[in-house]
Design a protein around this ligand. Structure first.
Ligand code: SAH
Length: 208
């Protein structure tokens, strides 16, 4: 998972998107380091090498339509927007969604659509997607997301306990409707908070 293995297009996208603009002033000096950083509201943005690796796994083309669950700071969103035709991004926390949108609008990204809500339900109005990336960990793959994947499409999601080591899982769908799951590596993501998945935490707002 080191950035040396990353394709030139992804490497270029990572160079074009200034990570420092996605974190608070107190983290500026660390923005160039390959480590996760806080983005407010108790959430984090992944280390750039993991963003690169995950993006690589999606096998995007300039024609791809991508669904992202967990907009967060919008850093991963920007990388996707650099490489794909259209990005649909869903964030549970209105505050993070609003600041990501403002940031990405300001940077000139016009191929991103934003939604505030529970990403475990996907975004059925814009389905099917060529790729779906989930950047928060759930215990199970949300069935709605698999249903919104185009045959031949790819879904990438961390699966596992909310406060522990998780597995990054790649699901690819075949044209006959079958899907295939491959476990890629261990990761540590913030939890996917979802009423529809039921198990992780109480509905947001009751947390803390
Ligand atoms: N990729 C982001 C980091 C995401 S952190 C970045 O580069 O900055 C995970 C995000 O998922 C957090 O912002 C969290 O609020 C959001 N999240 C958690 N549960 C969610 C859900 N059910 N639907 C949508 N977003 C969710």
């Amino acid at each position: 998972m080191n950035s040396g293995e990353v394709s030139p297009a992804i490497d270029q996208a990572l160079r074009r998107v200034p990570r420092g603009a996605f974190v608070g002033p107190q983290w500026q000096e660390r923005a160039h380091e390959d480590r996760p950083l806080p983005i407010g509201c108790g959430q984090t943005t992944s280390q750039p090498s993991l963003v690169a690796y995950m993006t690589e796994q999606l096998a995007l083309t300039p024609k791809s339509r991508v669904l992202e669950i967990g907009t967060g700071s919008g850093f991963q969103t920007a990388i996707l927007a650099e490489l794909a035709a259209e990005v649909f991004t869903v964030e549970l926390l209105p505050e993070l969604a609003a600041s990501a949108r403002q940031r990405l609008d300001g940077m000139g990204y016009r191929n991103v659509s934003y939604r505030v809500g529970d990403g475990a339900e996907g975004w059925p109005e814009h389905a099917p997607f060529d790729a779906i990336i989930v950047t928060a960990a759930g215990r199970a793959l949300p069935p709605a997301l698999i249903a919104q994947l185009r045959p031949g499409g790819r879904l990438l999601a961390p699966l596992g306990p909310p406060e522990g080591e998780q597995t990054l899982v790649l699901v690819d769908t075949r044209s006959n409707g079958e899907w295939h799951r491959r476990d890629l590596c261990s990761v540590w993501f913030v939890p996917l908070v979802s009423a529809s998945l039921g198990d992780l935490r109480p509905r947001l707002g009751e947390v803390n």
